[in-house]
Design a protein around this ligand. Structure first.
Ligand code: GRG
Length: 300
């Protein structure tokens, strides 16, 4: 058999996730049609589906059943997309472009964009409840996963990190620990949670779950630092969003705090830490290893 390349793996998993999302969301013509059209616009604008793919790859690493994990992988993308739609609003980052296209509020207006985010977040929890009802995983495990995702996405996790990020804008000084804390909560918690959920539903042992948690944490931080660097050095044509926006807004990032060169080294170190966290695993975790390397080499 020809070994599957990372590219094929990404494309295949992305297609599975997209199919699931397609089946989950009401048709654009279904009332309220304006809202459903806008939800679909936000969700199918060309995202990389990194979080669902990490979740499925973690399931593969513990030789779990991917089909039982897929609804939760889709839920992760629903939550991620809602966060981007809200993050782009004028009250937050005020971005006109995302994934190379006009942002949701630019096309459908601010009120609709707020409701799109609300509806995507609600759909994520509906999706997970439905998966629980389908009975592919034990109910207690499903509830544990839902609890974990609510923590990662809520005020102690992503939303709390976003709050701290917004509050830190324009401040004259932030310690590196504070920048780390914002990055971990804003971006890292959902990424770590994606990996943990794939492991938990896939049947990870406690030792495996600890290793996956360490991996997810390191990849989450590496990803955010790489994102900071793309904002400084990236090409709008590739990233699909305006570059230099963080500096213009007075945001605290790793390149601003420690310089671009040191930030790149830190991202590389995190990527290596992620790979070494996977020592307890054999080749079944190769996709996770490859993703950890890719995350710091990405150009979009
Ligand atoms: C508004 C509650 C709320 C939270 C927002 C994630 C986030 C918190 C804000 C996004 C700001 C940002 C650009 C952070 C950098 C890391 C990041 C999440 C980048 C976008 O994720 P990708 O690259 O996006 O996975 P795609 O488009 O591929 O899905």
């Amino acid at each position: 058999m020809i070994p599957e390349t990372l590219e094929t793996y990404f494309l295949t998993r992305k297609a599975e996730v997209d199919q699931r999302l397609e089946a989950t969301l009401p048709a654009a013509s279904c009332p309220p049609a304006g809202l459903h059209e806008a939800m679909r616009y936000a969700l199918f604008a060309g995202g990389k589906r990194l979080r669902p793919i990490l979740c499925l790859a973690a399931c593969d690493a513990v030789r779990g059943r991917r089909d039982a994990v897929l609804p939760f992988a889709a839920a992760l993308e629903l939550i991620h997309t809602y966060s981007l739609v809200h993050d782009d609003l004028p009250a937050m980052d005020n971005d006109d472009f995302r994934r190379g296209k006009p942002t949701t509020h630019k096309v459908f207006g601010e009120a609709t964009a707020i409701l799109v985010g609300d509806a995507l977040l609600t759909a994520a929890f509906g999706q997970m409840a439905e998966a629980g009802l389908a009975g592919d995983s034990p109910p207690k495990k499903v509830l544990t996963v839902i609890r974990a995702l609510a923590d990662a996405a809520g005020s102690a996790g992503m939303v709390g990190g976003q709050y701290a990020d917004v509050a830190s804008e324009g401040k004259p000084h932030l310690d590196l620990e504070q920048v780390y804390d914002i990055h971990m909560r804003k971006t890292g918690d959902l990424i770590r949670s994606a990996v943990r959920i794939g492991g938990m539903l896939g049947g990870a042992s406690p030792k495996q779950l600890t290793a996956l948690t360490r991996y997810g944490e390191a990849v989450g931080l590496a990803f955010q630092i790489a994102d900071d660097l793309l904002d400084v050095e990236g090409q709008t044509i590739e990233t699909g969003k305006s570059t230099g926006a963080d500096a213009a807004r007075g945001k605290w990032t790793y390149p601003r705090k420690i310089g671009a060169e040191a930030a790149r080294k830190e991202a590389e170190a995190m990527s290596e830490r992620a790979v070494s966290a996977l020592k307890p695993f054999g080749p079944e975790a190769d996709r996770l290893r490859e993703i950890a390397v890719l995350v710091v080499r990405r150009t979009k």
